[in-house]
Design a protein. Sequence first.
Length: 135
Amino acid sequence: ARGQTAQDTCRVKLGVLPRDGVYSGRFRGIGKSSKDKSGTSTSGMMTLQVRGSRVTGRVGGSYGGDPFTGTVAGSIDAQGNLNCTLNGQFSSEGGFSFTGWIRGRVANQVGKGTFGAANSWDTPTGSWEVSWKSP
């Protein structure tokens, strides 16, 4: 393509740049609530779907034993830098909601990065890793 170097073409063929498709994996983190000095752990599964520069996905897991689900939406650039928002809700009584962010990089069919979430109770942060599963 016009404007592409031979190196860019090689990177695409070798799968260095982000590849469209479904990526799935795990996340884990810990809360920073002033109400709970020990920190509450969170972990679960995540799925990201990359289509061009658009990213969508889902997360599901638990925070201190309370189950939650959420959706992911955002973008990915040509270098594989991912920047998404996170919106979710706890399944337990009250259905408290939370918002957050997911950032990282996708290359060689693997994505890694960090996340943060917040509601009136806590502000957990942590890391995530996914791998390419299907087109």
